[in-house]
Design a protein. Structure first.
Length: 157
């Protein structure tokens, strides 16, 4: 082997060794262990808050989707009936006006109640998740401190 080839192999070996050391160091980062029952209680309560908000968000999502479906169906029906409306038939016009009133109520319910309520719950949920991630995510709990934290745990709402 020539000297140039030997140098290339050595430099590749050094490069591969450096990569292996870097990967090993990245893979062995020490996990933070919470040892204070108070700190663990904060994380347990934040986790409970995230769970409660997730449930509330799912419920509000169903309300939102039901409200949107109702409004969309009435809006589509109003468009369909308008295309077929006989302007010389007073009963047909009265029925169409009632349909428009129902559509308008459904639209107001969707836009003024269901959508803003759902958006507010999603925002609270996202804020709770962000707070939990900043404070507790990826941390382990000391078993003795966890037991102490769980004993009489009270999470304000």
């Amino acid at each position: 082997m020539t000297r140039a080839a030997a140098r290339r192999w050595r430099s590749m070996g050094i490069g591969i060794g450096a990569i292996a050391v870097a990967l090993g160091a990245a893979g062995t980062q020490a996990q933070i262990v919470l040892r204070s029952p108070r700190d663990i209680a904060v994380c347990l309560c934040q986790d409970q808050t995230v769970s409660n908000l997730r449930d509330e968000m799912e419920l509000q999502k169903q309300v939102y989707e039901t409200s949107k479906s109702e409004y969309d169906a009435l809006a589509a029906e109003a468009e369909r009936q308008y295309a077929e409306l006989n302007i010389n038939d007073s009963d047909a016009i009265a029925a169409y006006r009632q349909l428009l009133e129902r559509r308008d109520v459904a639209e107001a319910n969707f836009k003024l109640e269901a959508a803003p309520t759902y958006a507010a719950v999603v925002a609270r949920y996202n804020q709770a998740v962000q707070s939990y991630n900043a404070t507790c995510s990826g941390k382990a709990y000391d078993p003795d401190a966890l037991a102490a934290a769980q004993n009489g745990l009270y999470c304000p709402r």
